[in-house]
Design a protein around this ligand. Sequence first.
Ligand code: CAP
Ligand code: MG
Length: 466
Amino acid sequence: MLFTKKTSKDGNPYHSGYLAPEGWKPKNPDEDYVISYLDIELADGIGMDKFENAVAACAAESSTGTWTKVDDGKDSGVKMAEKLRGIAFDIDPKTKTFKIAYKKELFETGNLSGLLAGIAGNIDGMKMLKAFRLLDIRFPREWIEAMPGPAFGVDGIRHQLEIPHGPILCTVPKPKVGRTDKEQAKLARILFTAANGEYQGMKDDENLTSLFFNKFEDRVKEVHKVRREVEQSSGKKKFYLCNITHSDIDVMMERANMIKNEGGRWMMMDVVTTGFAAVHTMRKRNLGLAIHAHRAMHSLFDRESGPGIYDGGEIKDFSMSMVLIAKLMRLIGVDSLHGGAPKTKMENYGEPKLIKDVLQNDITPETAMTLGQNWYGMKPVWHVASGGLHPGSLEEVVKQLGEDLMIQCGGGVLGHPWGIEAGVEAVVQARDLIMQRMDMKEWITKNPNTALAKAADYWGFGPRIV
Ligand code: CAP
Ligand code: MG
């Protein structure tokens, strides 16, 4: 569809063809269009009379246009370019939000890095803007079918661990680095056996890769040896999220294979620092291992400090939302993703509930700040709640995020004043109360000498802000 709106005297294409008439919506969007949703602020000194120009510029630069009129003669490609123009619609000068509908043929289906280079590429560098947030992208069915999605997802992991319902529990060693491989294996044994072996998992911290006192190849062997022994003696399945993160994909492959050789079930990747291509590639190699996605560095992409982050008011930074990052990670096939939680270190811009809906619903609803998504049966992803969590804070977390949740407490277990076993016990007690829908504060008053009561006395029930 072509729209010819005002054309400026200099023939600047920003003013023509990229803006839809009021009320226009793409037809059959889930079949034919990729749609993006943006929030912008104009640079100082640029009046709102230029708002539509900025919107058109975003549509042009991200699809087929450039800053000036170019040769449109024979063999120029202009005819095809006109057909594939991004069309800005639902333009709202009040909230300074708008959407862009791209014909799906504008992008190579299944090439996420290519698509992002267009949709999220040059436009955030435009001088006309002083703030920009890519709120969401909605993908058509063809994309959902072309992307791998999670290999295991929520049900696959439940089956593996033989845990039919309820959150799964995990701890990251603190200090972040310091333990040798053998010391870490000792910690794994404590975590896997304390509190009647009700705790399921251990995760490496992001800073722990392969260090001189704790080499990957030693750690993977030592910890999995403990996992196998405990599983054998207790009959309970355990998991170890061993960090394969490396900037060389071949090294990550070698490390994933080492996990496989030890009978491991899960590998951990820092998915923002390794990048979309690395995650997509590791998923496509189909090693039979689930992918745990840690998101270190996501704040450099998704942090927004303006009051408009949730309601279309003023924004202050250049960013894309964590909701969108989560959507992209489900598409390329992670099985669990850190998505933030109420009462964590970074809840204010983590949008945890919206992230959970993107990770787990089959039809993610549209909201004022998100586009929603039909997932056409793609498997759901475990939402990982982490970052400053401790036993007293867990009730609200499960209330808001539900049971398909991995609860990760590092300091909140290892910092328990009575020691690590008591930390594990306190988290298990908290989980049991939550699952039985019992009031935690009331229970603590009646059971003051328990590990949970001590944890709540020490850390309270609220968020621990860093
Ligand atoms: C948590 C953690 C995690 C963050 C990241 C940390 O430790 O190991 O890396 O929580 O997760 O280093 O802070 P604590 P998210 O449990 O001791 O806070 O991105 O979801 O916040
Ligand atoms: Mg960490």
